[in-house]
Design a protein around this ligand. Structure first.
Ligand code: ADP
Ligand code: ZN
Length: 620
């Protein structure tokens, strides 16, 4: 099998993962393909190996279309490290540099070219492709992040629409379209927009078993986040998502003050600063990026150990895409989200206030509801997530993934139906007696029987429901209210100071036709103290268990790798992954032969780095 040989020789990996082999065979043989695979699933090899195989068979070069201009340099650098001839064309190049790349294309020197969609569809570039095509030297189009073609995807880019020209102008050249966005609406849209109806679809399981999902009730979000990082991910790379630029700045500062190496990233920062922060995150170890969702698309850093959400995203697609950036290397990683009443209110308000058509808003609300359902779930989070993408885990109910908060620590559940009725009837009575509506804080005070200034001023102590919930904590009542809002039984009026109103759905709850089940607000597993091994806080963490001497070798190898990476102006993981260095450290190789067969060491890297690696190991 020539493709297995490419996998082993060029990339140094022993075996294909999941559906890679099937996809690669199909494309090498000239078929069109739609590849849906979760982040970290290994999409790049699905086009890189066919590109290499077809080039070797004399069929010419492959074009990879991607919107991720900032990453092209590193992607091409990684191919160079593996000994593959590649280049990129985008707006970061000078006219002269771009011209050089075009000349190399025409001379047949390249196996892969990465280009932005707006570049590919220029008349000049199309003419270049024509001349390659005429000589039978245009082998494949790989359209990455292809959900950008659909307005149902989360990142619509009009430039992608123009890519239909490829198949109209080069009908015989195989095309493959790749994405990590899986929902059916987006998928159908991609097929239609790019006229890929005849392409074979490869849909992988979207499960990411190495990611642990945890969703906690937000109290003092920032402190909870800080504890989560300090107790479970000290010194490790992670991403923290926040909704607003302002919050990004605040949280980044708080983390820095607490001794965490954190950097901010949002669209309001100067482009240079943004780029510098992203580079630092990619190139240095153990950095926490605090960011809006402007950050992260296509970030292919494999050793991100956690992704934390301090604000709730808009929908499950977004949540899954963002959390999917953790643990691409397949090693244990953590997706953590803090979630509270305010998140529900904010998200509902953003939809209500958007200028979109009502029908479109209805679609957005449905997507938000699915995410709220996930956050409120008392059963397996993974089952819920995958069900959203049309995938079923296990037979029947009660499946345990053993790697989400609910499966690891099943939450106690209490029946909040009575409490819900108390809240709803109080909202009703307030409205009746005052002819106006109030917000959540005032409602809680009345139900809990607290005589505040506002309560006295409006005579609300006289309401028949005053104090009916005195036995409940504010936290419990907030939980109930959050769920009522989540299920649409209470509406929040954004135009009027977030006041609360009854809806058509309130009646069913008041009549006790639907029940409200809530999780007990126990401290979540992530907040429990985790005992550290005796090694001390500054100890280096390896992805596999290493003894003292091996750990020293690992540290020395990492230091060497950092130097090489700096010299090549590339991220460290492009030289070798952590897992590769850890395996080397464990084996303590003395000869070239000892290095052979370690996952991640291909022929080119063996040639380039073996001597130095052996020297570093020998010197420890
Ligand atoms: P995606 O683009 O689907 O998010 P990548 O192509 O970046 O994922 O691959 C994720 C990681 O998995 C990369 O570090 C890649 O080198 C690694 N990888 C991919 N395929 C294999 C394989 N067959 N064996 C070992 N590692 C692999
Ligand atoms: Zn689970």
């Amino acid at each position: 099998m020539p493709h297995l040989q490419i996998l082993q020789d060029v990339f140094g990996y022993p075996a294909f993962r999941g559906p890679q082999l099937e996809i690669i065979e199909h494309v090498i043989n000239g078929g069109d393909a739609l590849v849906l695979m979760p982040t970290g699933g290994g999409k790049s090899l699905c086009y890189q190996i066919p590109a290499i195989a077809r080039q070797r068979a004399g069929l010419g070069m492959s074009i990879v279309i991607s919107p991720l201009i900032a990453l092209m340099h590193d992607q091409v650098g990684a191919l160079h490290e593996a000994g593959v001839s590649a280049a990129f064309l985008n707006s970061t190049l000078t006219g002269e540099e771009a011209h050089q790349v075009e000349q190399r294309m025409l001379r047949g020197e390249l196996t892969l070219l990465y280009a932005a969609p707006e570049r590919v569809t220029t008349p000049r570039f199309l003419a270049l492709l024509d001349s390659l095509r005429q000589r039978g030297q245009l082998s494949l189009f790989a359209i990455d992040e292809v959900h950008c073609v659909s307005q149902w995807g989360h990142d619509f880019r009009p430039e992608y629409r123009a890519l239909t020209v490829l198949h109209e102008r080069f009908p015989g050249v195989p095309r493959m379209a790749l994405t990590a966005t899986a929902d059916a609406l987006t998928r159908d849209d991609i097929l239609e927009r790019l006229q890929l109806q005849d392409a074979r679809a490869f849909v992988s399981s979207f499960d990411r078993p190495n990611i642990r999902y945890t969703i906690v009730e937000k109290r003092d979000g920032t402190q909870q986040l800080l504890r989560f990082i300090e107790r479970e991910h000290e010194g490790e790379a992670g991403i923290v998502y926040c909704q607003s630029r302002r919050k990004v700045e605040d949280i980044a500062q708080t983390l820095v003050d607490a001794g965490v190496h954190a950097l901010p990233y949002h669209a309001g920062l100067d482009a240079k600063v943004r780029q510098a922060n992203q580079n630092q995150f990619l190139r240095e170890e153990g950095i926490v990026m605090v960011a809006t969702i402007a950050f992260g698309m296509g970030i292919d850093k494999p050793d991100v150990r956690f992704v934390a959400h301090l604000d709730m995203p808009k929908n499950i697609e977004g949540y899954y895409q963002e959390t999917g950036r953790a643990g691409r290397d397949g090693l244990p990683a953590h997706a953590w989200m803090g979630y509270g009443l305010q998140d529900v209110v904010n998200q509902r308000r953003m939809i209500d206030e958007s200028p979109a058509a009502e029908e479109f808003k209805q679609g957005l609300r449905g997507k938000l509801d699915a995410l709220l359902g996930l956050a409120e779930a008392t059963d397996c989070r993974r089952v819920r997530l995958l069900a959203y993408f049309g995938e079923q885990l296990g037979e029947g109910g009660n499946y345990s993934c053993r790697n989400c908060d609910n499966c690891l620590n099943p939450p106690a559940i209490w029946d909040g139906t009575q409490a819900a009725r108390k809240l709803l009837s109080t909202i009703y009575r307030i409205q009746q007696s005052s002819g106006m509506s109030f917000g959540a804080g005032h409602l809680m005070d009345i139900v809990r029987g607290k005589v505040t200034e506002k309560v006295s001023q409006h005579g609300h102590a006289a309401l028949s429901t005053f104090g009916v919930g005195a036995d409940l904590s504010e936290m419990q009542l907030r939980g109930v209210l959050r769920q009522l809002i989540a299920m649409g039984a209470v509406a929040v009026d954004a135009q009027a100071f977030n006041t609360l109103q009854l809806t058509d759905k309130s009646r069913a709850v008041l009549r006790a036709e639907v029940s409200v089940q809530l999780r007990e607000s126990a401290s979540s597993p992530s907040e429990r103290k985790r005992k550290r091994s005796g090694a001390g806080a500054a100890a280096i963490r390896a992805p596999i268990a290493l003894d003292g001497a091996a750990l020293e070798r690992y540290a020395a190898l990492k230091a060497w790798r950092a130097e090489v990476a700096r010299g090549h102006n590339l991220p460290a993981y492009v030289i070798f992954h952590d897992a590769t260095l850890a395996t080397i450290a464990q084996r303590a190789p003395h000869s070239l032969g000892d290095l052979q067969g370690i996952s991640g060491i291909g022929a080119k890297k063996l040639e380039a780095y073996a001597q130095e690696v052996l020297r570093v190991v020998a010197e420890v």
